[in-house]
Design a protein around this ligand. Structure first.
Ligand code: SF4
Ligand code: SF4
Ligand code: FES
Length: 343
C-alpha cells in the first residue's frame, strides 16, 4: 500500500483548466483527502479544495473521484487497485470557482425558496408535541449533511443548466417530504408545492441520488415516490376524483383548503409563492387538524423552562431522570452547583 501512486487532479477556474498529473506518496489507511493535503503540502501548495471535518459529517469535501461523486474524506485509498490512476475532478453540476472548489449557491437558493416549517400559530416554541413514531419517520431525512452529492448527480440538472430554475433537486424533495410528514406543520400544500414549484415532475426516479448519498438516505423510495404517489392520487385517482365531485362540489383540494380555512374564494387569495406571514394567514392553514395541546406554559416570563415541564403529565417523553424522581432534587443528588454571583 505504501509508495507513490498516480493521481490526475483537475486544476483551473471558471475560464477553463485541465487534468494535471502527480505522483504522490500514499500510506496505509489514508483517504483521498489525505492525498489532496499531501499535494498541498508538497508540489501544489495553491491547490484549492474545500473541507472541514474529515469525518463525513460536514458535507464540504464533495468531489468526483474516478467519475463517482463522493466525499473525499470518506473514500479510502484501499478501495482502488495499486496500479489504478485516481482522477479527482470538481462537482460537475455547479460552476467551478477554482480547482476542486465549486460554487454551490444554487442549493442555498433552493433552500431559501422552500417554505419553512410552519407550526400552528397558537403554539409557542417549547409547546410542540409529537409522537415518537412521527419523530422517527422524518429522522431519516434529518440525517442530511448537505454534501449536495445527490444534487450533483441528478441528471435533470447535471448537464441541463436550463432546468435549474424549475428544479429544486433531491435534497429539497426530502425536505418537502419531511415537512409533509410532520404532524405539526400547518401547511397543507407541501406535495402541491413540490409538484408545481420544485419540479417534482422532472424526476423520473432513476435512484442515482440515492446511490451516492453518504448518509444512505432512501431519497427516492422514502421521499420522492411517496410524494409522487400522493400527488397522483389527488389529481388522477378516479375514486378521489369522484369523491371530490360528490362531496366537494368540484372544488380542487387546494381551493377547498383555502376556502375552508379563510372563507375567501381562490381568486381573492394571495399569489402563489408569497409566503409572508400575512399571505399565509390570508391563504389559511389547516386549523381543523387535531394537534396535541400542552397544558402547562412552556416557558416562564423570563423565557426559562419551568421544572413543571419535566413533571407535566403531558411531557413529550418520559423524564430522563426516571419517573420516581421528585423536583426540586435534594442538593445531595446534584452533581453541579452553580457558582454564586461574584465568585
Ligand atoms: S431519482 Fe429523481 S431526483 Fe434522484 S437522481 Fe433520479 S431524477 Fe434526480
Ligand atoms: S440527501 Fe444525502 S447526498 Fe443529498 S445532500 Fe443530503 S446527505 Fe448529501
Ligand atoms: S471534510 Fe467534512 S464531510 Fe468530508
Amino acid at each position: 500500500m505504501m509508495g507513490k501512486r498516480h493521481f490526475k487532479v483537475w486544476r483551473g477556474d471558471e475560464d477553463g483548466g485541465d487534468l494535471q498529473d502527480y505522483q504522490v506518496e500514499v500510506n496505509e489507511g489514508e483517504v483521498v483527502l489525505d492525498i489532496i493535503h499531501r499535494l498541498q503540502a508538497t508540489e501544489a501548495p495553491d491547490l484549492a479544495c474545500r473541507w472541514n471535518c474529515k469525518a463525513g459529517k460536514c458535507g464540504s469535501c464533495s468531489m468526483e473521484i474516478n467519475g463517482m461523486p463522493r466525499l473525499s474524506c470518506m473514500t479510502r485509498m484501499s478501495t482502488f487497485e495499486e496500479s489504478e490512476t485516481v482522477t479527482v475532478t470538481p462537482l460537475r453540476t455547479f460552476p467551478v470557482i477554482r480547482d476542486l472548489v465549486t460554487d454551490v449557491s444554487f442549493n442555498y437558493e433552493k433552500a431559501r425558496e422552500t417554505p419553512a416549517f410552519a407550526p400552528p400559530t397558537d403554539l409557542a416554541p417549547g409547546e410542540y408535541r409529537m409522537t415518537q413514531v412521527d419523530v422517527e419517520r422524518s429522522q431519516e431525512f434529518r440525517k442530511c449533511i448537505e454534501c449536495f452529492l445527490c444534487q450533483n448527480t441528478c441528471h435533470v440538472v447535471r448537464d441541463h443548466e436550463e432546468n435549474k430554475q424549475a428544479f429544486a433537486g433531491p435534497r429539497y424533495f426530502i425536505r418537502a417530504a419531511e415537512l409533509d410528514m410532520h404532524p405539526l406543520d400547518d401547511r397543507t400544500d407541501r406535495k402541491e408545492y413540490a409538484q408545481q414549484s420544485q419540479g417534482l415532475g422532472y424526476c423520473n426516479i432513476t435512484k442515482c441520488c440515492t446511490e451516492v448519498c453518504p448518509e444512505h438516505i432512501k431519497i427516492t423510495d422514502n421521499a420522492i415516490i411517496p410524494m409522487k404517489e400522493r400527488v397522483v392520487d389527488r389529481r388522477y385517482d378516479p375514486l378521489v376524483w369522484l369523491g371530490s365531485k360528490i362531496f366537494r362540489r368540484g372544488q380542487s383540494h387546494r381551493e377547498l383548503d383555502q376556502v375552508g380555512a379563510t372563507g375567501l374564494p381562490a381568486s381573492e387569495l394571495p399569489a402563489r409563492g408569497d409566503h409572508s406571514p400575512k399571505a399565509e394567514a390570508e391563504r389559511g392553514v389547516n386549523w381543523h387538524r387535531q394537534v396535541p395541546r400542552p397544558q402547562t406554559a412552556s416557558v416562564d416570563q423570563n423565557g426559562r423552562l419551568p421544572l413543571t415541564e419535566l413533571t407535566s403529565e403531558n411531557a413529550a417523553a418520559s423524564s430522563p431522570f426516571g419517573d420516581d424522581v421528585q423536583f426540586p432534587l435534594p442538593s445531595e443528588s446534584l452533581n453541579y452547583h452553580h457558582p454564586r454571583q461574584g465568585d
